[in-house]
Write a protein that binds this ligand. Sequence first.
Ligand code: P6P
Length: 343
Amino acid sequence: MVSRNVDRLITLEEHIIQSQNRFRGATGELSQLLRDIGLAAKIVSREVNKAGITNILGLEGSENVHGEHVKKLDVFANEQMRHALSRSQITCMMVSEEDDEPVKMESSSGKYIVFVDPLDGSSNIDVNVSIGTIFSIFRRKSHRADLPDDDDILQSGLEQVAGGYVLYGSSTILAYTTGLGVSVFTLDPSIGEFFLSDNNIQIPEHGSYYSINEGSFTTWSKGLQEYIKSCKVEDKDSGKPYSARYIGSMVADVHRTLLKGGIFIYPATQKHPNGKLRLMYECNPLAFIIEQAGGMATDGAQRILEIQPNEIHQSTPILLGSPKNVEEAERYMKAYAEEGVAG
Ligand code: P6P
């Protein structure tokens, strides 16, 4: 259970409290919010891991073997996150991939706004591929006596106070950062505790994996096409040819990139001219994690975290991973910039 930079069993709760003590004037509210998210993750993990057995994969409205009203897992996960966030009255608003509009919490005086993709990659559930929950936490700008407004919601990723993800795979892991490095926890389902498995994780400076859906190759920019072609040609200095790895579940592809290095790309394509992945509840929190681990995350031209949002569900192209890999990809894309999106 204990692994890198960890010399004794530390639970998620203990780690959150210890981290809180490093923030002068911390009130414990962010710690409570992170613990609430951890609880929701345990509940979702239990359902994800028994989905195949209880036929919960059914569409909404049907009944499972226990005669329970069956929800699709992403609806279930969204409800669990909403319950967790409303319980402690610390969150004034939740913005979810599952809800068209921001959801006002019972307590409009809460200090935080939480963006969440409750179950990213949910289309992979039916084929037992790893899926994930992604969360991003901002402090409201408006006074707690007022109702939250657009200025509270449309903040750049640089304003995040915390970000992280849960990966429901062969084991359930939770990774988060509050800007003091990235810590990764592994769930021991037998006792329902997340234990610290990697503290202050650092992404390799360079990696030999590239991760992109090559099915849309013909619609990429010329520069990206040339970069990916270069990944397949022998070049001893850079360890090419690289290995291609693409799971099609962002949290799983990003977690592998964090641990093994390399680059993950979801580019602009003809079908998704602004990219497919969502800025506020997919790209921002994962960019926060990758940068805190010493990596890079850009849209091909600027840091993801510096993008000023104008819409809660807007998407963005994204390249993230080891600095050397992202820098090389950007060099290719800039060199051919005048070509635009090919095809
Ligand atoms: P494509 C899953 O549906 C998702 O939102 C991300 O988790 C994943 O990275 C991406 O879409 C995969 O998209 O177009 O390659 O199937």
